[in-house]
Design a protein. Structure first.
Lengths: 299, 233
């Protein structure tokens, strides 16, 4: 008997607690999913510690409005991934960050891209030091037709980063080491960069980018021409590098975005649809378009 | 069946999720019948049902294993994310609850077998009354939970989770009533212990049914509402 009585007392107390919690307020249950036609950016586009702050970026190729009113911060020491279907403007946006769109005829970029209190998009800015500060790695490895050594030494030399041969050698070695390539190429520095394997060439290009002390590294599908092992090496490298640099990566592999990035931005037909912590985007995206895309339910 | 799981460009993925959902519903249907039969055996001394329940318990276990292996395959091959990931996680948890529901049904059947093996000294209807009431409530709740799992209906899920826990209330009332029977005639004590054990199983059945509905809420909306007391749209 005693046990039964205690049990029911316990349950009465639990019931009282339950009712109190009920009174305190009901929790939200509705699906937060935003419908497909909404084109406002969902999620927090700004970060407190930003390296680059883009405000209202619009890009036109002739009459074509390629990207519309994109506002987004690139944080310090973060890897931010841009994902979206082909033609959604993610690469166009990436190229705005070091003025690579200048090289395209008919291309017009409006909006503010602030970095170190300077507007990168201002036509008076010299793009050569800018592109050293904001380095870029492309889809296909594109080493210069020179030796491995010269591939790295070229940038520091034209930017006057080394006083003498000793300093230059040091930059070459450090850059190759940081790109995780040193052990593989230390005996063949005088051989052509193009003689390396695809994955090695891509790491050579990353080493070349690092050699000029960038602050931001832009990567436009850096692994799409590589095998899975080379891809893993590049991903590991990115993880190491984000301690010193901000990395912006455009990728078609959603799993890659999920693996390496801290934040993910989803682009769709020129609009920035959703930005959020990668964990959130891949477990509970808010926008219907984001969900359709990452779960493979598109079109 | 809900269409929420469909629409992948790669249609085989649709097929796999559909197949998984069907198997889970099949398991749920089986478990529901087990609970009903267990209650019948308890209330109406249908000892044949007990044998059937024990046989089908193996089917429930086999389904649990086969569904788990499909879930592992889907995870390995499709790398599901977002809604698909939540679906797989929810299914994986639902399977465990369904298996436990099957266990509770088997437990009630076992208690019935023990209780009626007594040289003609069967429990009176007064003692069985509470199991009858609680059993009906548990079956209604479980049926609704399975329908919600089938339709993936958030509105009905919310309604169910916000409803008052009648089973628990009946359990408390039943305990008090049974205590008076013990005081009246101590010879009832053996039957009453059995009745209380069956009642406790029914409480567990109600809890598992609610869990199933909570997984549906997580799957559809992404909200993890376990261990919270109420929900709203």
């Amino acid at each position: 008997m005693a046990n039964t009585v205690n049990m029911s007392q316990y349950n009465e107390q639990a019931e009282r607690r339950k009712q109190e919690r009920r009174k305190q307020g009901k929790m939200r249950l509705s699906t937060a999913t935003v419908t497909r036609d909404n084109r406002e950016t969902i999620g927090n586009v700004t970060v407190p510690d930003y390296r680059i702050r883009c405000t209202d970026i619009n890009v036109f190729y002739g009459d074509k409005h390629a990207i519309r009113n994109i506002t987004l911060d690139i944080g310090r020491h973060e890897i931010i991934a841009m994902i979206g279907p082909s033609g959604c403007g993610k690469s166009t946006f990436l190229r705005c960050l070091n003025r690579m769109n200048d090289t395209i005829e008919n291309c017009r970029v409006t909006g503010k891209i602030m970095m170190d209190n300077q507007d990168i998009n201002d036509k008076s800015i010299d793009v050569v030091p800018l592109r050293a500060k904001v380095g870029m790695v492309f889809q296909k490895p594109n080493p210069f037709p020179k030796s491995v050594y010269e591939n790295i030494a070229f940038g520091p030399r034209i930017h006057g980063l080394a006083k003498d041969k000793v300093e230059l050698d040091e930059i070459v070695v450090t850059s190759l080491k940081r790109a995780g390539l040193w052990e593989e190429v230390k005996d063949r520095l005088d051989q052509p960069g193009t003689s390396l394997s695809g994955g090695q060439q891509q790491r050579l290009c990353i080493a070349r980018t690092i050699a000029v002390n960038p602050e931001v590294i832009l990567m436009d599908e850096p692994c799409s021409a590589l095998d899975p092992i080379a891809t893993t090496k590049i991903e590991e490298l990115m993880d190491q590098l984000c301690a010193d640099y901000s990395i912006v990566i455009v990728t078609h592999s959603m799993q890659q975005a999920a693996r390496v990035s801290h934040r993910t931005a989803y682009f769709h037909l020129g609009d920035l649809i959703e930005v959020g912590a990668t964990e959130q985007i891949f477990t509970k995206p808010v926008h219907q378009l984001t969900e359709d895309y990452i779960t493979g339910r598109f079109g | 069946m809900s269409t929420r799981l469909e629409g992948h460009t790669f249609r085989r993925f649709d097929g796999e999720l559909y197949h998984l959902h069907t198997e889970i519903l099949q398991m749920a249907g089986l478990v529901y019948e087990q609970v009903q039969m267990a209650l019948e055996s308890f209330q109406q001394q249908k000892l044949d049902s007990i044998r059937v329940i024990n046989e089908r318990e193996a089917q429930v276990d086999a389904l649990e294993k086969s569904i788990d292996s499909v879930i592992t395959e889907v995870l390995a091959k499709r790398g599901p994310v977002a809604r698909d990931l939540r679906t797989i996680m929810a299914f994986s948890k639902a399977v465990t609850d369904l298996e436990r529901l099957g266990d509770e049904a088997a437990k009630i059947a076992y208690i019935a077998a023990t209780m009626y093996n007594n040289d003609g000294n069967n429990p009176s209807n007064y003692l069985l009354r509470d199991v009858g009431i609680m059993g009906k409530l548990a079956c209604v709740l479980l049926k609704e939970a399975i329908e919600i799992l089938d339709m993936l209906d958030l509105e009905r899920a919310e309604k169910l989770l916000n409803s008052h826990d009648d089973i628990e209330e009946e359990f408390q009332a039943g305990l008090r009533r049974l205590a008076t029977y013990v005081l009246e005639d101590a010879r009832n004590v053996g039957h009453i212990i059995n009745v209380v054990l069956a009642m406790k199983s029914l409480v567990r059945i109600g809890e598992h049914a609610r869990n199933l509905v909570e997984y549906v809420v997580y799957m559809v909306s992404g909200e993890d509402i376990r261990h919270t007391e109420s929900v709203q749209a």
